[in-house]
Design a protein around this ligand. Structure first.
Ligand code: 5RP
Length: 222
């Protein structure tokens, strides 16, 4: 069974009439969007706030009505994927490069549901390289400062040129051996000039939906 599909589809059960929904990014949320589109076609009245240009394009293709983040103060529920999740509901996100908009939307969400397959549920964060969005100006300096925290930062590239985020920035994928204190590292990284945002999501998720190979789904509540 496809754990991503199971989790993505299950999370949509929490959607209610009239909600403003944060629409996450990635191949797990893809399944949520398909399901949501079916519900919209059947008459469900919701509005979505996309967390990336890719999700915006997909939502438009699927006929999901959208509203811009700048025109609202609060999101009722956000469904998003993650690259790693630990038992404290701390996350690494940004494998798809959308971490800044994802964190902005999550920060004003009343409820934040994470959808993952079982491979993403880990005891310690850090095996997946932590994505950090940085401004392109003198990125090498920012990279050295981040490296001094005890990781090996690698500039993300696509077709042999730097990967550019939806916000016109670069991403450093930072190889930490193990992230002991996600809260502290989150704050420390965001204090470095040149860092726009990092992929540690702390105190944001309240529900984790885990799709498993055996066809079952675990739902964890904070
Ligand atoms: C994008 C993200 C994604 O949610 C994360 O990378 C998980 O993606 P997928 O569901 O495709 O495995 O944070 O910035």
């Amino acid at each position: 069974m496809d754990g991503k599909k199971l989790a993505g589809e299950k999370a949509v059960e929490y959607v209610k009439e009239g909600m403003i929904l944060g629409l996450g990014t990635g191949s797990t949320v893809y399944w949520s969007l398909l399901k949501l589109a079916e519900m919209v076609k059947k008459g469900l009245d919701i509005k979505g706030v996309p967390t990336s240009q890719n999700t915006e394009k997909l939502a438009i293709e699927l006929g999901i009505p959208l509203v811009s983040l700048s025109s609202i103060n609060q999101v009722d529920l956000t469904i998003d994927g993650a690259d790693e999740v630990n038992p404290n509901f701390e996350l690494i996100k940004g494998g798809g490069g959308a971490l800044l908009r994802e964190k902005m939307v999550a920060s004003i969400s009343q409820s934040f549901i994470i959808v993952v397959d079982e491979t993403k549920y880990v005891t310690n964060l850090g095996e997946f390289p932590l994505p950090v969005e940085i401004v392109p100006f003198s990125w090498e300096l920012t990279s050295k400062q981040i490296g001094a925290l005890g990781c090996e930062p690698k500039l993300r590239s696509k077709n042999n040129t730097p990967f550019i985020t939806d916000n016109g920035n670069y991403i450093l994928d930072c190889y930490f051996e193990k992230i002991q204190d996600a809260s502290k590292l989150n704050a420390t990284l965001n204090m470095i000039p040149g860092v726009v945002e990092n992929g540690l999501f702390v105190h944001l998720a309240d529900t984790i939906v885990i799709g498993k190979r055996n066809g079952s789904v675990d739902i964890l509540f904070k």
